[in-house]
Design a protein around this ligand. Structure first.
Ligand SMILES: Nc1ncnc2c1ncn2[C@@H]1O[C@H](COP(=O)(O)OP(=O)(O)OP(=O)(O)O)[C@@H](O)[C@H]1O
Length: 242
């Protein structure tokens, strides 16, 4: 196996904007703007992790532990303040449902837009278009502007485009939550099909039974650090406090 994702010592801080009183702002100005009026929050701390091609990894942890932030770094939509992120092969997936979709364009146009963003050529998208629409079960709504879609319809189309890009690394963030049950089952079957075909999966979900079903490896985050990395069952047991 070769490395699909190589993350070395990444750090990410967010600026927390606080509303300051006029007095505080005045004192800050009179002191020559010394210090920082905003506070910083360390979301990822010196985090390193390697994922081999074909591994299925669940990112686990309590709310705010940094799972989604880490996934955004793997996808490249976020850059670390320091450290490096390297990925091998095509990376696709669902991180924020609807990201990469333009609300004023139809579903059809968005398939072409999103497909292109995910690295497909126009010919490839044309070839797969019918299959994308069929999987999404969007039917006649494909020519409706996506701003009129329900969150489930967004998810269906976005998921369908992502799986049709033939990704080497597939990222999934808590997306199945907005789909109805039959579609969740269909997505899950597709995700397992990708895993069986040797694709690399990184999944963020609070549905521990689901991740135990889909992933073999678990990575537990706490305050932006990896505190456990091992078989998913062991990591889930720790998370559940067993
Ligand atoms: N763009 C941002 N600006 C400021 N703070 C942010 C931003 N994105 C994330 N954070 C903060 O970073 C921390 C980690 O967020 P993240 O979404 O990665 O957590 P998570 O483990 O995925 O949580 P959850 O289980 O609730 O989805 C949180 O405290 C969050 O408020």
């Amino acid at each position: 196996m070769t490395t699909a994702i190589e993350i070395r010592n990444i750090n990410k801080q967010f600026v927390l904007r606080h509303t300051r009183s006029l007095k505080e702002a005045l004192v800050w100005l009179l002191r020559g703007r010394k210090g920082d009026l905003s506070k910083k929050f360390h979301a990822l701390r010196d985090l390193s992790i390697d994922v081999e091609h074909g591994e299925t990894v669940a990112l686990l942890g309590l709310n705010g532990s940094g799972k989604s932030t880490l996934l955004k770094h793997i996808s490249g939509v976020m850059l670390p303040d320091s450290g490096t992120v390297r990925t091998g092969g095509r990376v696709a997936g669902l991180i924020e449902v609807g990201a990469g979709f333009h609300p004023d364009l139809s579903g059809r146009d968005n398939v072409f837009l999103n497909g292109a963003i995910l690295g497909m050529t126009e010919t490839q998208i044309k070839e797969k278009f019918d299959s994308i629409v069929e999987f999404a079960e969007i039917g006649e709504f494909i020519d409706t502007e996506v701003k009129f879609y329900s969150s489930g319809m967004y998810l269906r189309l976005a998921f369908s485009v992502a799986v049709h890009t033939d990704p080497d690394v597939f990222l999934v963030d808590e997306i199945l939550a907005v789909g109805d049950e039959p579609f969740q089952k269909k997505c899950l079957a597709k995700i397992k099909e990708l895993a069986a075909a040797g694709k690399t999966l990184v999944v963020v979900s609070h549905d521990l039974d689901l991740v135990a079903h889909v992933c073999e490896r678990g990575v537990l985050l706490e305050h932006g650090r990896v505190i456990m990395d091992g078989p998913v069952g062991d990591v889930i047991s720790r998370l559940r406090g067993n």
